[in-house]
Design a protein around this ligand. Structure first.
Ligand SMILES: Cc1ncc(COP(=O)(O)O)c(C=O)c1O
Length: 385
């Protein structure tokens, strides 16, 4: 077990929440207090020095040229779409099994999300489904403009296969990496796997702030400079003129200060998350459907450990009766959300998204979970089955 982490014994009486942010805060509280005090002292609450420092560190971590701190994961996606000029009449391909924001951002810029099915093993966008989705979009009079894969639960999508499929139609990838900062593949770390990558620092994400926050990572100078303008009302540097339509899309300095503290232990936390996943892997093999294991080239950020069980509600109730927190990410595939009603052409095959939404169950995950607690969760799950 990683040394920086406090050991807390698991007992029948101690609840095990899905996420436990309190233990991490206890570990880092002194450093975070110190960093917040520094921001209060210098008073540069908007784009202060901590934002620049964090941007530099995140770019180095991911191995990309540019990192831009923004207000949330959702705003990062909107700004990426705006920077790429996606708008009315355009289509953006999104997986049907993800958080609602992935499709909502496309509608926010006036374009149309086209739902693509996912892979039953990785839960991520199925590259083979891109061709039919592009044809479907065109048959509806839309102009396909981008493919937006999601790295669900922290596991990177298959960017090699997705890029090959998207390239056939001349479409760029926009990575919705809201859940996966810190993950890596043979092609590099998340941030370097697509022309533009959007991450979230929502508190429960692997790298989470104490409020909303997000980031955009790219090697493209033009996209980076467009996003920097967009996040500050379309202004260039200190200029007064709006060079383009922008928004209030900056990462707060205080959140950047908190993220710098969390980044200092992030690698150890990622390793610890992988250790917890390995405990679940070994205990639950053959018991239920498991997420793909980490291999040398592909390492998840383990935002969540999500299994598949057909009799999910009963299992969930059994775990709840032992004070184990679980969640249903995602209970409803995107094309069934009321907000996205009317977007289907009728040609889509979204069978895997449908199936997953009926079977998935996310288990407690986090860097402060103890081995004993992971075992306790596994025992309870096995008993319930
Ligand atoms: C896949 C995905 N995309 C986008 C978002 C939006 O991120 P945020 O909550 O930071 O706006 C989330 C957040 O949970 C997400 O999981």
């Amino acid at each position: 077990m990683t040394a920086i982490l406090a050991r807390v014994p698991a007992t029948e009486s101690q609840p095990i929440p899905l996420f436990d942010l309190k233990r991490q805060q206890t570990r880092l509280r002194h450093d975070i207090d110190r960093r917040i005090a520094r921001v209060l002292d210098h008073g540069q609450f908007i784009l202060g020095p901590e934002v620049t420092e964090l941007e530099t560190e995140l770019a180095a971590f991911a191995g990309v040229k540019h990192s831009i701190g923004v207000s949330s994961g959702r705003d990062a996606l909107i700004m990426a779409l705006m920077a790429m000029g996606v708008g009315p009449g355009d289509a953006v391909l999104v997986p049907a099994f993800t958080f609602s924001a992935t499709a909502a951002v496309v509608i926010s810029v006036g374009a149309t999300p086209v739902f693509v099915d996912v892979d039953i093993v990785t839960y991520n966008m199925d590259a083979d489904a891109i061709g039919p989705a592009v044809a479907d979009a065109k048959s509806r009079g839309l102009t396909p403009r981008a493919v937006m894969p999601v790295d669900l639960f922290g596991r990177p999508a298959d960017y090699v296969a997705l890029k090959a499929a998207a390239d056939e139609h001349g479409l760029p990838l926009i990575a919705d990496a809201a859940q996966s900062f810190g993950a890596s593949t043979a092609g590099g770390r998340v941030g370097a796997l697509a022309p533009i990558t959007c991450v979230s620092f929502y508190p429960t994400k692997p790298l989470g702030a104490f409020g909303d926050g997000g980031g955009i990572l790219t090697d493209d100078d033009d996209l980076a400079s467009a996003v920097r303008q967009i996040r500050t009302h379309g202004r260039q540097g200190d200029g007064d003129e709006a060079m383009r339509i922008g928004m209030t899309g900056r990462l707060d300095t205080i959140q950047a200060a908190i993220l710098l503290s969390k980044l200092s232990v992030f690698k150890a936390e990622l390793n610890r998350r992988a250790e917890i996943a390995a405990i679940y892997d070994s205990r639950l093999e053959g018991v239920c459907g498991l997420p793909p294991v980490d291999v040398a080239e592909t390492r998840s950020a383990w935002a969540l450990y999500t299994i598949r069980v057909p009799d999910r509600d009963r299992v969930r109730a059994a775990l709840a009766s032992r004070d184990i927190g679980t969640a249903l990410f995602y209970r409803v595939p995107l094309h069934r959300h009321p907000a996205f009603k009317g977007l289907l052409s009728g040609n889509e095959r979204l069978d895997v998204a449908e199936r997953l939404s009926n079977e998935v169950l996310s288990l407690p995950m986090g860097p402060d979970l103890t081995d004993e607690e992971a075992d306790f969760v596994a025992d309870a799950l096995i008993a319930s089955l």
